[in-house]
Design a protein. Sequence first.
Length: 121
Amino acid sequence: MWTQVRLFLRSAVRPERHESHFGFHSIQYFLMAIRFLYPCYFDASLTRAGGRRVAKSLAVSAPNMAMISRAAKVCGIPVLAEERDAHHPAQWHKSGGRIQVEYAGSKEALLTKVAQKLGGK
């Protein structure tokens, strides 16, 4: 019986396969991922260990949610929500808010793209 359950679960979790121009990819490849952007990711006054996720040359001083939201929209990234009372887990004592966006690529690529628009580059 357990073998049947294991086989059922294994087949149920396996994603559908789609053929594309480049071959077969799982359906997860095509789905947009929901990502959260915190102002501390772009703060030039923080160190990498302190929460900054972009290069110092791309970081800005005192970023806020409005700046990040505007930069994401300029990049063509859909902004799903702005949560003003949220805070980064590592900085639980600061309430900087967070932006919820939808992006298909990696988070590092997303952060770099938004940071380039924040700095006016």
